[in-house]
Design a protein around this ligand. Structure first.
Ligand SMILES: Cc1cc2nc3c(=O)[nH]c(=O)nc-3n(C[C@H](O)[C@H](O)[C@H](O)COP(=O)(O)O)c2cc1C
Length: 328
Protein backbone atom coordinates (compact mmCIF):
# COMPACT_ATOMS: atom_id res chain seq x y z
CA UNK A 1 0.00 0.00 0.00
CA UNK A 2 1.10 3.55 -0.69
CA UNK A 3 0.02 6.73 1.09
CA UNK A 4 0.52 10.19 -0.40
CA UNK A 5 0.27 13.65 1.17
CA UNK A 6 -2.16 15.63 -1.02
CA UNK A 7 -1.31 19.05 -2.46
CA UNK A 8 -2.93 21.85 -0.47
CA UNK A 9 -2.44 25.42 -1.62
CA UNK A 10 -0.86 27.60 1.05
CA UNK A 11 -0.49 24.62 3.42
CA UNK A 12 1.70 21.83 2.05
CA UNK A 13 4.54 24.25 1.28
CA UNK A 14 8.12 23.15 1.74
CA UNK A 15 8.36 24.10 5.45
CA UNK A 16 5.52 21.70 6.21
CA UNK A 17 6.71 19.03 3.79
CA UNK A 18 10.18 19.00 5.35
CA UNK A 19 9.04 18.88 8.94
CA UNK A 20 6.30 16.37 8.31
CA UNK A 21 8.71 14.18 6.37
CA UNK A 22 11.24 14.23 9.23
CA UNK A 23 8.76 13.57 12.01
CA UNK A 24 6.00 11.47 10.44
CA UNK A 25 7.22 10.68 6.94
CA UNK A 26 8.14 7.04 7.35
CA UNK A 27 4.70 5.97 6.10
CA UNK A 28 4.18 8.67 3.45
CA UNK A 29 5.44 7.65 0.03
CA UNK A 30 5.07 10.96 -1.81
CA UNK A 31 4.41 14.61 -1.02
CA UNK A 32 2.66 16.73 -3.66
CA UNK A 33 3.39 20.43 -3.88
CA UNK A 34 0.51 22.90 -4.15
CA UNK A 35 -0.05 23.81 -7.79
CA UNK A 36 2.38 25.93 -9.74
CA UNK A 37 0.63 27.95 -12.46
CA UNK A 38 1.68 28.00 -16.08
CA UNK A 39 1.56 31.31 -17.91
CA UNK A 40 1.79 32.81 -21.37
CA UNK A 41 5.15 34.22 -20.37
CA UNK A 42 6.57 30.75 -19.78
CA UNK A 43 7.71 31.83 -16.34
CA UNK A 44 6.64 30.58 -12.95
CA UNK A 45 5.58 33.08 -10.33
CA UNK A 46 8.54 33.71 -8.00
CA UNK A 47 6.71 32.53 -4.89
CA UNK A 48 5.49 29.35 -6.58
CA UNK A 49 8.88 28.64 -8.12
CA UNK A 50 10.57 28.90 -4.73
CA UNK A 51 8.36 26.13 -3.39
CA UNK A 52 9.62 23.63 -5.95
CA UNK A 53 13.35 24.38 -5.77
CA UNK A 54 15.27 21.20 -4.89
CA UNK A 55 17.48 23.14 -2.46
CA UNK A 56 14.44 23.49 -0.18
CA UNK A 57 13.69 19.75 -0.15
CA UNK A 58 16.02 19.50 2.82
CA UNK A 59 14.44 16.50 4.58
CA UNK A 60 14.20 14.29 1.53
CA UNK A 61 16.95 11.79 0.71
CA UNK A 62 15.36 11.32 -2.68
CA UNK A 63 13.25 14.39 -3.45
CA UNK A 64 13.20 13.35 -7.11
CA UNK A 65 10.78 10.51 -6.36
CA UNK A 66 9.34 11.62 -3.03
CA UNK A 67 8.20 15.12 -3.98
CA UNK A 68 5.81 15.65 -6.89
CA UNK A 69 5.30 19.17 -8.22
CA UNK A 70 1.81 19.90 -9.43
CA UNK A 71 0.99 21.99 -12.49
CA UNK A 72 -2.10 24.11 -13.07
CA UNK A 73 -2.87 25.11 -16.64
CA UNK A 74 -5.07 24.63 -19.68
CA UNK A 75 -2.70 25.02 -22.63
CA UNK A 76 -0.84 21.92 -23.71
CA UNK A 77 2.34 23.79 -24.77
CA UNK A 78 2.55 25.59 -21.44
CA UNK A 79 1.89 22.43 -19.45
CA UNK A 80 4.53 20.52 -21.42
CA UNK A 81 6.96 23.39 -20.83
CA UNK A 82 6.25 23.27 -17.09
CA UNK A 83 6.58 19.47 -16.95
CA UNK A 84 9.94 19.66 -18.69
CA UNK A 85 11.07 22.35 -16.24
CA UNK A 86 10.19 19.97 -13.41
CA UNK A 87 12.30 17.31 -15.06
CA UNK A 88 15.19 19.77 -15.35
CA UNK A 89 14.86 20.40 -11.62
CA UNK A 90 15.31 16.68 -11.11
CA UNK A 91 11.73 15.59 -10.47
CA UNK A 92 10.73 12.19 -11.74
CA UNK A 93 7.02 13.02 -11.93
CA UNK A 94 4.83 16.05 -12.56
CA UNK A 95 1.11 16.08 -11.80
CA UNK A 96 -1.68 17.97 -13.58
CA UNK A 97 -4.39 19.64 -11.50
CA UNK A 98 -7.77 18.69 -12.96
CA UNK A 99 -9.70 19.00 -9.74
CA UNK A 100 -9.49 22.50 -8.25
CA UNK A 101 -13.10 23.64 -7.67
CA UNK A 102 -12.43 27.33 -6.97
CA UNK A 103 -14.60 29.57 -9.18
CA UNK A 104 -11.78 31.85 -10.38
CA UNK A 105 -9.87 28.76 -11.54
CA UNK A 106 -12.85 26.94 -13.06
CA UNK A 107 -13.99 30.06 -14.95
CA UNK A 108 -10.62 30.08 -16.69
CA UNK A 109 -11.16 26.44 -17.69
CA UNK A 110 -8.42 25.23 -15.38
CA UNK A 111 -8.51 22.76 -12.51
CA UNK A 112 -11.85 20.97 -12.56
CA UNK A 113 -12.87 23.44 -15.30
CA UNK A 114 -10.94 21.11 -17.62
CA UNK A 115 -13.65 18.50 -17.10
CA UNK A 116 -16.46 20.61 -18.55
CA UNK A 117 -15.69 19.90 -22.19
CA UNK A 118 -14.37 16.38 -22.76
CA UNK A 119 -13.53 17.01 -26.43
CA UNK A 120 -11.24 19.89 -25.44
CA UNK A 121 -9.80 17.82 -22.61
CA UNK A 122 -9.11 15.00 -25.04
CA UNK A 123 -7.34 17.33 -27.48
CA UNK A 124 -5.26 18.89 -24.71
CA UNK A 125 -4.19 15.54 -23.25
CA UNK A 126 -3.39 14.22 -26.71
CA UNK A 127 -1.03 17.12 -27.33
CA UNK A 128 0.57 16.85 -23.90
CA UNK A 129 1.27 13.11 -24.00
CA UNK A 130 2.19 13.13 -27.68
CA UNK A 131 4.74 15.93 -27.20
CA UNK A 132 6.19 14.44 -24.04
CA UNK A 133 6.69 11.16 -25.85
CA UNK A 134 8.05 12.62 -29.09
CA UNK A 135 10.47 14.82 -27.22
CA UNK A 136 11.52 11.90 -25.09
CA UNK A 137 11.05 14.15 -22.12
CA UNK A 138 11.69 11.50 -19.46
CA UNK A 139 9.13 12.91 -17.03
CA UNK A 140 6.32 10.76 -15.69
CA UNK A 141 3.07 12.66 -16.04
CA UNK A 142 0.24 11.95 -13.62
CA UNK A 143 -3.30 13.32 -13.33
CA UNK A 144 -5.42 14.38 -10.38
CA UNK A 145 -9.11 14.66 -11.15
CA UNK A 146 -12.65 14.54 -9.82
CA UNK A 147 -15.67 12.53 -10.91
CA UNK A 148 -17.09 15.42 -12.92
CA UNK A 149 -18.18 19.03 -12.82
CA UNK A 150 -21.82 18.83 -11.81
CA UNK A 151 -22.91 15.23 -11.42
CA UNK A 152 -22.00 11.59 -11.81
CA UNK A 153 -23.53 11.32 -15.27
CA UNK A 154 -20.31 12.95 -16.54
CA UNK A 155 -17.92 10.46 -14.96
CA UNK A 156 -17.92 7.74 -17.62
CA UNK A 157 -17.22 10.23 -20.42
CA UNK A 158 -14.28 11.68 -18.52
CA UNK A 159 -12.85 8.25 -17.68
CA UNK A 160 -13.12 7.17 -21.32
CA UNK A 161 -10.96 10.13 -22.29
CA UNK A 162 -8.43 9.63 -19.49
CA UNK A 163 -8.09 5.93 -20.34
CA UNK A 164 -6.61 6.86 -23.73
CA UNK A 165 -3.44 8.37 -22.29
CA UNK A 166 -0.42 6.86 -20.54
CA UNK A 167 -0.64 8.75 -17.25
CA UNK A 168 1.84 7.41 -14.72
CA UNK A 169 -0.86 7.52 -12.05
CA UNK A 170 -4.46 8.71 -11.83
CA UNK A 171 -5.72 10.23 -8.60
CA UNK A 172 -9.48 10.57 -8.31
CA UNK A 173 -11.05 12.79 -5.68
CA UNK A 174 -14.33 11.09 -4.94
CA UNK A 175 -16.57 14.10 -5.54
CA UNK A 176 -17.71 16.35 -8.39
CA UNK A 177 -16.72 19.99 -8.66
CA UNK A 178 -20.04 21.26 -7.36
CA UNK A 179 -19.42 19.35 -4.10
CA UNK A 180 -16.20 21.30 -3.49
CA UNK A 181 -14.75 19.33 -0.53
CA UNK A 182 -18.03 18.88 1.31
CA UNK A 183 -20.88 16.40 1.51
CA UNK A 184 -20.74 12.64 1.37
CA UNK A 185 -17.99 11.11 -0.72
CA UNK A 186 -19.29 9.27 -3.78
CA UNK A 187 -17.78 5.84 -3.27
CA UNK A 188 -20.06 3.98 -5.68
CA UNK A 189 -19.33 6.53 -8.39
CA UNK A 190 -15.61 6.21 -7.65
CA UNK A 191 -15.82 2.41 -8.12
CA UNK A 192 -17.80 2.87 -11.35
CA UNK A 193 -15.17 5.35 -12.57
CA UNK A 194 -12.39 2.84 -11.97
CA UNK A 195 -14.39 0.19 -13.83
CA UNK A 196 -15.00 2.40 -16.87
CA UNK A 197 -11.36 3.50 -16.88
CA UNK A 198 -10.14 -0.11 -16.88
CA UNK A 199 -12.74 -1.32 -19.39
CA UNK A 200 -11.50 1.35 -21.76
CA UNK A 201 -7.91 0.21 -21.44
CA UNK A 202 -6.72 2.69 -18.79
CA UNK A 203 -3.51 1.28 -17.32
CA UNK A 204 -2.44 3.83 -14.70
CA UNK A 205 -2.42 2.83 -11.05
CA UNK A 206 -5.37 4.56 -9.43
CA UNK A 207 -5.07 6.61 -6.27
CA UNK A 208 -8.14 7.12 -4.09
CA UNK A 209 -8.62 10.57 -2.52
CA UNK A 210 -11.30 11.98 -0.22
CA UNK A 211 -12.20 12.14 3.48
CA UNK A 212 -9.64 9.78 4.95
CA UNK A 213 -9.49 11.41 8.36
CA UNK A 214 -9.01 8.46 10.72
CA UNK A 215 -8.08 4.79 10.75
CA UNK A 216 -11.82 4.01 10.87
CA UNK A 217 -12.64 6.08 7.79
CA UNK A 218 -9.64 4.57 6.01
CA UNK A 219 -10.83 1.03 6.83
CA UNK A 220 -14.34 1.81 5.66
CA UNK A 221 -13.14 3.32 2.36
CA UNK A 222 -10.51 0.62 1.84
CA UNK A 223 -13.17 -2.06 2.21
CA UNK A 224 -15.31 -0.44 -0.50
CA UNK A 225 -12.69 0.41 -3.14
CA UNK A 226 -11.45 -3.07 -3.91
CA UNK A 227 -8.27 -3.32 -5.95
CA UNK A 228 -7.04 0.14 -4.93
CA UNK A 229 -3.85 0.22 -2.89
CA UNK A 230 -2.82 3.88 -3.20
CA UNK A 231 -4.41 6.55 -1.08
CA UNK A 232 -3.93 10.31 -1.04
CA UNK A 233 -4.71 12.17 2.17
CA UNK A 234 -5.02 15.93 2.59
CA UNK A 235 -6.98 17.33 5.51
CA UNK A 236 -6.61 14.10 7.49
CA UNK A 237 -2.85 14.64 7.72
CA UNK A 238 -3.28 18.25 8.80
CA UNK A 239 -5.80 17.17 11.41
CA UNK A 240 -3.58 14.27 12.52
CA UNK A 241 0.01 14.43 11.23
CA UNK A 242 0.54 10.82 12.41
CA UNK A 243 -2.42 9.43 10.46
CA UNK A 244 -0.36 7.56 7.85
CA UNK A 245 1.61 5.88 10.63
CA UNK A 246 -1.63 4.92 12.41
CA UNK A 247 -3.12 3.50 9.21
CA UNK A 248 0.01 1.37 8.83
CA UNK A 249 -0.54 0.03 12.37
CA UNK A 250 1.77 2.43 14.24
CA UNK A 251 1.26 4.57 17.32
CA UNK A 252 -1.40 7.24 17.68
CA UNK A 253 -0.40 10.91 17.75
CA UNK A 254 1.13 11.94 21.07
CA UNK A 255 0.70 15.38 22.63
CA UNK A 256 4.47 15.92 22.94
CA UNK A 257 5.13 15.17 19.29
CA UNK A 258 2.31 17.46 18.20
CA UNK A 259 3.83 20.22 20.35
CA UNK A 260 7.27 19.66 18.79
CA UNK A 261 5.73 19.57 15.31
CA UNK A 262 3.94 22.88 15.87
CA UNK A 263 7.04 24.53 17.35
CA UNK A 264 9.15 23.38 14.43
CA UNK A 265 6.52 24.52 11.95
CA UNK A 266 6.44 27.95 13.57
CA UNK A 267 10.23 28.25 13.30
CA UNK A 268 10.19 27.10 9.68
CA UNK A 269 7.40 29.50 8.71
CA UNK A 270 9.32 32.27 10.46
CA UNK A 271 12.14 31.76 7.98
CA UNK A 272 9.70 31.43 5.10
CA UNK A 273 7.54 34.52 5.67
CA UNK A 274 8.33 37.78 7.43
CA UNK A 275 6.40 39.19 10.41
CA UNK A 276 4.92 37.39 13.40
CA UNK A 277 1.40 38.13 12.28
CA UNK A 278 1.81 36.27 8.98
CA UNK A 279 3.41 33.29 10.70
CA UNK A 280 0.55 33.20 13.19
CA UNK A 281 -1.98 33.26 10.32
CA UNK A 282 -0.25 30.22 8.84
CA UNK A 283 -0.34 28.44 12.21
CA UNK A 284 -4.04 29.26 12.57
CA UNK A 285 -4.70 27.30 9.38
CA UNK A 286 -3.40 24.29 11.31
CA UNK A 287 -5.28 25.13 14.48
CA UNK A 288 -8.51 25.20 12.46
CA UNK A 289 -8.01 21.42 12.20
CA UNK A 290 -6.00 20.64 15.33
CA UNK A 291 -8.23 22.06 18.04
CA UNK A 292 -10.33 18.88 17.95
CA UNK A 293 -7.48 17.15 19.78
CA UNK A 294 -8.17 19.27 22.86
CA UNK A 295 -11.17 18.79 25.10
CA UNK A 296 -13.29 21.86 25.99
CA UNK A 297 -10.77 24.23 24.45
CA UNK A 298 -12.95 27.10 23.18
CA UNK A 299 -11.40 29.69 25.49
CA UNK A 300 -7.83 28.55 24.85
CA UNK A 301 -8.40 28.44 21.09
CA UNK A 302 -9.79 31.95 21.15
CA UNK A 303 -6.61 33.15 22.88
CA UNK A 304 -4.47 31.47 20.21
CA UNK A 305 -6.59 33.11 17.51
CA UNK A 306 -6.26 36.53 19.12
CA UNK A 307 -2.48 36.40 19.54
CA UNK A 308 -0.64 39.16 17.73
CA UNK A 309 3.01 38.41 18.52
CA UNK A 310 5.22 35.36 18.75
CA UNK A 311 5.28 35.68 22.56
CA UNK A 312 1.49 35.82 22.81
CA UNK A 313 1.07 32.92 20.40
CA UNK A 314 3.59 30.66 22.17
CA UNK A 315 2.07 31.42 25.58
CA UNK A 316 -1.42 30.66 24.25
CA UNK A 317 -0.25 27.34 22.78
CA UNK A 318 1.47 26.39 26.04
CA UNK A 319 -1.77 27.15 27.83
CA UNK A 320 -3.71 24.95 25.39
CA UNK A 321 -1.38 21.99 25.96
CA UNK A 322 -1.23 22.41 29.73
CA UNK A 323 -4.87 23.10 30.50
CA UNK A 324 -6.86 20.99 28.00
CA UNK A 325 -7.04 17.23 27.92
CA UNK A 326 -5.37 15.86 24.77
CA UNK A 327 -7.49 13.49 22.72
CA UNK A 328 -5.73 11.55 19.98
C1 LIG B 1 -7.03 24.43 1.51
C2 LIG B 1 -6.94 23.42 0.40
C3 LIG B 1 -6.03 23.62 -0.62
C4 LIG B 1 -5.95 22.70 -1.68
N1 LIG B 1 -5.03 22.90 -2.69
C5 LIG B 1 -4.93 21.98 -3.69
C6 LIG B 1 -3.95 22.11 -4.73
O1 LIG B 1 -3.14 23.04 -4.77
N2 LIG B 1 -3.94 21.16 -5.71
C7 LIG B 1 -4.81 20.09 -5.71
O2 LIG B 1 -4.77 19.24 -6.59
N3 LIG B 1 -5.72 19.94 -4.72
C8 LIG B 1 -5.78 20.84 -3.73
N4 LIG B 1 -6.66 20.63 -2.71
C9 LIG B 1 -7.42 19.38 -2.68
C10 LIG B 1 -6.67 18.30 -1.89
O3 LIG B 1 -5.49 17.92 -2.56
C11 LIG B 1 -7.56 17.06 -1.71
O4 LIG B 1 -7.93 16.59 -2.97
C12 LIG B 1 -8.82 17.40 -0.91
O5 LIG B 1 -8.48 18.09 0.28
C13 LIG B 1 -9.60 16.14 -0.58
O6 LIG B 1 -8.80 15.24 0.15
P1 LIG B 1 -8.97 15.10 1.75
O7 LIG B 1 -10.40 14.79 2.00
O8 LIG B 1 -8.02 14.01 2.12
O9 LIG B 1 -8.60 16.43 2.32
C14 LIG B 1 -6.78 21.55 -1.68
C15 LIG B 1 -7.69 21.37 -0.63
C16 LIG B 1 -7.78 22.28 0.39
C17 LIG B 1 -8.77 22.03 1.49
Amino acid sequence: MKIYFAPMEGITLYPLRNIHKEMFGECVDKYYTPFVSTARTYKFKKREQRDILPEFCTSFDDYKSEVVPQIMGNKAEQIVWAAKKMYDLGYKEANLNMGCPVATVVNRHKGSGLLEDTAKLDAMLYEIFDTLEKENSGIEFSLKTRLGMHDESETAGIMEVLAKYPASELTIHSRVRDDYYKGAIRLDAFCDAVKVYRENGGKAPIVYNGDITSVESFNMINSKVSGIDRFMIGRGLIFDPALAREIEGGEALKAEELRTYLDRLYDAYEEYIPEDQNVIFKMLEHWAFLHVHFKDCDKQLKTIRKSRSKGEYKAAVTNMFSSCEFIN
